[in-house]
Design a protein around this ligand. Structure first.
Ligand SMILES: Cc1cc2nc3c(=O)[nH]c(=O)nc-3n(C[C@H](O)[C@H](O)[C@H](O)COP(=O)(O)OP(=O)(O)OC[C@H]3O[C@@H](n4cnc5c(N)ncnc54)[C@H](O)[C@@H]3O)c2cc1C
Length: 405
């Protein structure tokens, strides 16, 4: 008899859905359980859409050095770290500080790049197999730098990334404008930029929605909405089922891909768990203006990004250590003003944008938890921080490798 192993994937964000699709393609009978009534309603909903493959770990000596300043001018700096003072976050904060040495930064960045490049290849192959539409374009990217001092650091960083296969090229302000005409009328201070020819963008939410169609209509998978998983049931070191808000469901393999909620679902005595903290970000989505950009542009001083996703402009910024989704209108106004001053004609800035917020599920070393999670047939794939869209396919490939070990 042709018995397919049954897999339950918990969470229908970008990480759960890539995991589910790759497992289905490998012959598993997959059911995805999602607490919301639609896919990608959590952090995968309105992110910045960046698909950059030479990324770097946030836990770095320079981030640590910049932290005290963020306490003085939190709104302007874009990083609001006051949440770290709360005692419940001390364990995370201490572990994070430990990861901020040059040695750990280099190791974590190396591992991130490896996973991201694997992700690029796997996503490219998936796009070819399924012809999935998600406003994908690989037109490149510019990081603008405000000062000469910033350019010196950018040159050093570009050298590091080129040694790891990156296309980073430090260019003048004039060359930035030549490459991206939407920067012509900028009023932001720009000393120069870093250009990446191989950076892409894509709409993560649209991708997730279309992936559900592929999963259910082409790959034979199932998705159940409006069901909350409370806990994993185990017997003799094996996971046997999940207790949910509806009923108990059984399977042969279980994978927790619940982003921020993953550690709550895993057993309390799971010893390899990584602490995950929420880093809140805000995005604003506008209709196109009269001169929309082709490249995506990150303003490194203002800590925000502008990208074109189909017929929309997405502006994203802020890193607020927080567990709630409250949006401060002051932050929205500041982000909108900074975006308008970088590229005044990129979007219809005069109208009200669609405002969204999400919590980046952040580990202390920037690397997600991928692997066994306390029982032989129970796995986790969670904690992708600022890079879940970029890393999703690489993470799914690594998980499959571990399942097949
Ligand atoms: C402003 C902003 C910009 C960003 N920009 C980028 C970018 O440009 N590029 C990039 O790579 N990354 C970016 N990110 C990060 C990226 O969006 C996240 O890393 C990614 O979305 C995480 O995906 P996930 O599937 O792990 O989590 P989620 O998308 O949150 O999915 C988890 C799912 O699990 C479900 N769930 C939770 N608990 C349960 C339960 N008990 N039972 C059933 N279901 C449950 C949730 O409802 C949710 O649907 C950005 C994030 C933010 C906030």
């Amino acid at each position: 008899m042709d018995y397919k192993k049954r897999a339950i994937v918990i969470g229908a964000g970008i990480v759960g859905l890539t995991t589910a699709c790759r497992l289905s393609e490998e012959g598993y009978a997959v059911t995805v359980l999602e607490q919301k009534d639609k896919p990608a309603e959590g952090t995968s909903k309105a992110n910045a859409g960046q698909l950059i493959y030479n990324i770097s770990a946030m836990s770095s000596p320079s981030f640590l050095r910049s932290l005290p300043k963020t306490f003085l001018t939190p709104s302007q700096s874009g990083v609001i770290a006051a949440g770290l003072i709360h005692p419940k976050n001390w364990q995370w904060a201490l572990s994070f500080i430990g990861q901020c040495s040059s040695k750990n930064w280099a190791k974590n960045t190396h591992d991130l790049i490896k996973m991201a490049r694997r992700s690029r290849d796997s996503l490219d192959a998936f796009r070819t197999r399924h012809e999935i539409e998600f406003n994908w374009r690989r037109d490149g990217k510019i990081y603008t730098h405000e000062t000469e001092q910033g350019l010196v650091a950018a040159r050093k960083f570009a050298e590091f990334q080129r040694a790891h296969g990156g296309t980073h090229q430090v260019i003048t302000k004039e060359e930035c404008i030549e490459r991206e005409s939407a920067l012509t009328s900028t009023t932001r201070k720009i000393a120069g930029g870093t250009y990446l020819s191989d950076a892409a963008v894509g709409d993560c939410h649209l991708f997730c929605k279309n992936m559900v169609d592929i999963l259910t209509s082409k790959l034979g998978g199932k998705i159940i909405y409006d069901v909350t998983v409370h806990k994993i049931l185990t017997h003799n070191d094996k996971a046997v089922g999940v207790e949910t808000s509806m009923n108990t469901l059984e399977a042969d393999l279980f994978i927790v891909c619940a982003g921020m909620a993953s550690n709550r679902i895993l057993a309390k005595d799971f010893k390899d768990r990584k602490p995950i903290i929420g880093i809140k970000g805000i995005s604003l989505t506008y209709p196109l203006g009269k001169n929309p950009p082709n490249l995506s542009v990150t303003d490194t001083a203002g800590k925000f990004v502008i990208a074109r996703l189909g017929n929309q402009i997405r502006v994203a910024g802020y890193a607020i250590f927080s567990e709630n989704l409250y949006i401060d209108q002051k932050h929205v106004s500041l982000l909108a003003a900074k975006a308008k001053s970088l590229m005044p004609d990129a979007a219809s800035f005069e109208g009200d944008p669609k405002i969204w917020t999400g919590l980046r599920p952040q580990t202390t070393d920037d690397l997600p938890m991928i692997g066994k999670a306390g029982a032989d047939n129970l796995y986790v794939n969670a904690g992708h921080g600022s890079n879940g869209w970029i890393l999703s396919f690489g993470a799914a490939e690594l998980l499959l490798e571990k399942i097949n070990e």
